[in-house]
Ligand binder design. Structure first.
Ligand SMILES: NC(=O)c1ccc[n+]([C@@H]2O[C@H](COP(=O)([O-])OP(=O)(O)OC[C@H]3O[C@@H](n4cnc5c(N)ncnc54)[C@H](O)[C@@H]3O)[C@@H](O)[C@H]2O)c1
Length: 316
């Protein structure tokens, strides 16, 4: 397997790179380092500092490396930035993705995996419901629109050019190396603040003092494993949810993390943030059927907390 990972210097892409190298695959990373870090790219992977909006540069890397498979993780990944700068969001997430898709077709890549978002695409998920891939998507941010658009382009490219693709709709991904600015950034923010003994705020789901928004937090291990399985052709479905099917409130997250990190800090209620989805929860039955059980929040936060503690110890 010769694998190109776009966004391989970021949180999720770098974990995929580690798993791919451990399998003995040849790996090349394309990343412009706008949010990723060079040191995240594991030794053994080729690194190309390239912006996916630069079609010529993308084509050069593809022509030189000759990939058999691609996983496309590079994105403008912030909902807030997409609201402020929708053109920029679309230029990276739509036009940039088209550069990757075209390069895949031109180079006869056997399989393209795309990092989409269940958290943002489904929008508000009513009480008692888990959003399956048949749940009607209501993308309410430019970020969600751009991801949904690429899903549609992929189907066009399949019909038009025979491009073989898998869309993975991630829930809120957390784990070692995660960035505080990503979709599940709250885990990183809380870890850093609890370890520093600083107070944290729980933004309201509806009213100040409630338990906060509901999210489906999925551990990075399961997300990287789903990518590897898709690249190996082990996922027959064109679209797969990558979540856990378990809901966690922000308040619960704060409590579990304090317990895991062995520190008690001041947790205070705060206002609802404009635009926050109240409840996001994915149906993960098909993922479990295909790849086995997912890591529970308790174990995942234990490992994540240990990584943040360890990093702090190394810094001081
Ligand atoms: N983290 C989550 O909870 C989550 C949830 C749903 C979907 N996703 C998607 O998963 C993918 C990876 O997210 P992540 O959390 O690892 O984010 P990340 O910011 O850590 O990684 C994204 C990487 O893409 C690179 N990048 C951004 N714009 C680029 C460009 N124009 N050209 C080349 N490289 C560029 C960044 O430098 C970074 O290394 C993204 O597509 C994101 O939308 C993430």
């Amino acid at each position: 397997m010769r694998l190109i990972i776009t966004g391989g210097a970021g949180f999720i892409g770098s974990h995929i790179a580690e798993k791919a190298l451990a399998k003995g695959w040849s790996v090349a990373v394309i990343d412009n380092l706008c949010s990723g870090r060079k040191e995240n790219v594991p030794a053994g992977a080729e690194f190309h500092e390239v912006d996916i909006r630069d079609k010529e540069a993308v084509d050069r890397v593809f022509a030189g490396f000759k990939p058999t498979a691609v996983t496309h993780q590079a994105a403008q990944a912030s909902v807030a930035i997409s609201v402020r700068e929708p053109q920029m969001d679309a230029s990276v997430n739509i036009a940039g993705s088209l550069n990757i898709m075209t390069a895949c077709v031109d180079n006869k890549v056997q399989r393209l995996v795309f990092a989409s978002t269940g958290g943002a695409i489904y929008g508000e998920v009513p009480e008692g419901v888990k959003a399956g891939i048949d749940f009607n998507p209501v993308p309410i941010s430019p970020y969600a629109c751009s991801k949904f658009a690429v899903e549609k382009y992929l189907e066009c490219f399949r019909q038009e050019h025979g491009l073989n693709y898998t869309v993975l709709r991630y829930a809120n991904v957390y784990g070692p190396r995660q960035d505080p600015h990503g979709e599940a950034g709250v885990v990183a923010i809380f870890c850093n603040r609890i370890l520093a003994g600083e107070p944290i705020k729980v933004n309201a789901k509806r009213e100040v003092g409630d338990e906060g928004c509901i999210r489906d937090y999925v551990y990075i291990e399961n997300v990287a494993a789903a990518n590897i399985a898709a690249l190996e052709g082990k996922i027959p479905d064109p679209i797969l949810n990558v979540g856990t099917g378990h809901e966690t409130t922000t308040q619960q997250l704060a409590e579990i993390l304090q317990q895991k990190l062995g520190k008690t800090i001041d947790v205070s209620p705060s206002e609802k943030r404009a635009g926050d989805i109240e409840r996001s929860l994915l149906n993960a039955d098909r993922l479990v059927e295909l790849l086995g059980p997912v890591v529970g929040i308790d174990q995942g936060l234990e490992e994540t907390g240990a990584w943040f503690s360890d990093r702090l110890a190394k810094q001081s």
